[in-house]
Design a protein around this ligand. Structure first.
Ligand SMILES: Cc1cc2nc3c(=O)[nH]c(=O)nc-3n(C[C@H](O)[C@H](O)[C@H](O)COP(=O)(O)OP(=O)(O)OC[C@H]3O[C@@H](n4cnc5c(N)ncnc54)[C@H](O)[C@@H]3O)c2cc1C
Length: 380
């Protein structure tokens, strides 16, 4: 196993890191306060080839693989998780990449990679999140179309996306719970699609989160992801196996950002006539953060490495997602504690890290869902 990253990957880290420092840092807190989506940053990132960089060159992307994308994501999340979600996210496109037809890949992936469209992945419903196969949205065949009815909840990029990949029941007659659904590409401007922004999130407030309803939405049959119906649940799982690693990279980035800010602060802040960095309890916290980050980063790199080889290990992925989320929450908590009262004030970034970190234990599979995956597979 080679632990070295290539010269090309080092340059990628530098480009993404500089971009985040220059573009995210000055506006992150303001966007968080206003719940404002940074469309200009998204545009600039796409001009630099940083959006959907994992997408292969033949489909218009930079072709850096999922490992390269994890490196970019980590650099972005180090500065701000909310903006990194927007800029690093290619929601739903991973499902087209793994399960779509060649025509679909050629049509949709370049749109996202080249900054011509934003995508969304619409799986969660008001009554079904962890229970993915409990999704009740229906897509009924009618001539050469599907007619879709139902609703989706908490969809990232809902209000800004040009198209979304939606999970819907196409085969209710199938007796197997996991073979009733399909993934369908739905353009957001189709009649019958209603999208509402959800306000008041605890964290990642610059990112857009929406609820979506479908009322007799007509899409052509060719929008079915892949050539066959009934594969939607499995395609969704394959999608999550990819995006969980990117979410884990977000966790490592956020945790590293919290550590960096803490190191800077404890060296400057004095109490009892000495920098607080000189106190053993402070040192313990700094060291513990570093230990966990290093372990989480190694998990992310290992999982991303296997993902690029096409060898997905669901147990490893679940361990990675679980541990990276825990690490982010743990480090953001210590960062606030090390900042004392200032850590509680929105002039300091660490309070935002603290609020943002929690989502990493909720979306793309809750931490409980990861535990279930690990335990069920080990005990099967
Ligand atoms: C900011 C944000 C962005 C999001 N973006 C997207 C998106 O782009 N696309 C999308 O489709 N979804 C998105 N989601 C939804 C997210 O993935 C779900 O909220 C998450 O999967 C949990 O589903 P739920 O909210 O229905 O909770 P539930 O499934 O109702 O879970 C509630 C609690 O019960 C636990 N639980 C559930 N089942 C079990 C079980 N069998 N055993 C033990 N415990 C269990 C859960 O772990 C959790 O603690 C987003 C959510 C947020 C908040």
């Amino acid at each position: 196993m080679d632990f070295e990253i290539t010269q090309e990957q080092k340059m990628l880290v530098e480009t993404a890191g500089d971009f985040a420092k220059n573009e995210f840092a000055p506006v992150a807190q303001e966007l968080d306060r206003k719940e404002e989506y940074p469309m200009d940053i998204w545009k600039k990132a796409s001009e630099l080839g940083l959006i959907g960089a994992w997408i292969p060159e033949e489909y218009g992307g930079a072709g850096v693989g999922f490992f390269g994308n994890a490196l970019i994501t980590e650099q972005f999340a180090k500065i701000d998780l909310g903006i990194s979600l927007i800029v690093a996210g290619t929601f739903g496109c991973e499902a087209i990449y793994w399960g779509g037809t060649e025509e679909q890949k050629k049509k949709y992936l370049p749109l996202v990679a080249q900054g011509k469209a934003i995508s969304a992945g619409a799986f969660t419903e008001p009554d079904a999140g962890t229970d993915v196969a409990g999704a009740r949205t229906r897509a009924v065949k009618d001539g050469n179309d599907y007619v879709i009815n139902g609703s989706k909840m908490f969809i990232t990029n809902g209000n800004v996306c040009k198209f979304m990949i939606a999970l819907a029941i196409t085969n209710p007659e199938n007796e197997k719970k996991y073979s009733k659904h399909s993934l369908i590409i739905v353009e957001s401007d189709r009649p019958g699609v209603t999208i509402n922004k959800i306000h008041g999130k605890m964290g990642v407030r610059a990112s857009n989160t929406s609820d979506i309803s479908f009322e007799d939405v007509r899409v052509p049959r060719e929008n079915l992801v892949g050539a066959k119906e009934g594969l939607g649940f499995y395609q969704a799982m394959q999608f999550f196996d990819t995006t969980r690693i990117m979410v884990s990279a977000q966790g490592v980035g956020l945790a590293q950002g919290a550590l960096d800010k803490s190191i800077e602060y404890v060296k400057e802040r004095k109490a009892f006539g000495a920098p607080i960095a000189s106190f053993q309890i402070t040192q313990q916290k700094i060291a513990e953060m570093a230990i966990r980050i290093e372990a989480a980063r190694n998990l992310v790199y290992k999982s991303a490495h296997y993902l690029d080889k096409g060898e997905v290990d669901p147990i490893l992925n679940a361990i990675t997602k679980y541990y990276a989320g825990e690490t982010a929450v743990f480090c953001a908590n210590y960062a606030v504690e090390l900042h004392g009262g200032y850590g509680y004030i929105d002039e300091y970034d660490v309070q935002r890290y603290y609020r943002d970190a929690k989502i990493l234990q909720i979306y793309e599979g809750t931490k409980e869902a990861e535990v279930l995956t690990i335990a069920r597979r080990l005990l099967a």
